[in-house]
Design a protein. Structure first.
Length: 102
């Protein structure tokens, strides 16, 4: 006969009469892992990045060609925050043209 719920409903008894099953087939089911951050502020970790090889794309092709053909002593100033980047990473290579990065 079907006797409704003889072992309890759902996962009942995981720490009691069904412990062998939980320990054998679901190790680590009970307990805590890691550390809690009670007041998580995600905006503190916001830091958009750009690589060196993409740096000259911010300047623009017209400005780049103007600087390379002149052979002047002027170095373009690139303000990364103005373009929405906070960190400059080192992948890629820059041309020999000097540049100032803020």
């Amino acid at each position: 006969k079907h006797r409704k719920h003889p072992g309890g409903r759902g996962n009942a008894g995981g720490m009691h009469h069904h412990r062998i099953n939980f320990d054998k087939y679901h190790p680590g089911y009970f307990g805590k892992v890691g550390m809690r951050n009670f007041h998580l502020r995600r905006q503190h970790k916001f830091c958009p990045t750009i690589n060196l090889d993409k740096l000259w794309s911010l300047v623009g092709a017209d400005k780049l060609s103007e600087l390379t053909k002149e052979k002047s002593n002027k170095a373009p100033v690139i303000d990364l925050v103005q373009f929405g980047y906070y960190k400059l990473l080192g992948r890629g290579h820059l041309p020999k043209q000097p540049v100032i990065v803020k």
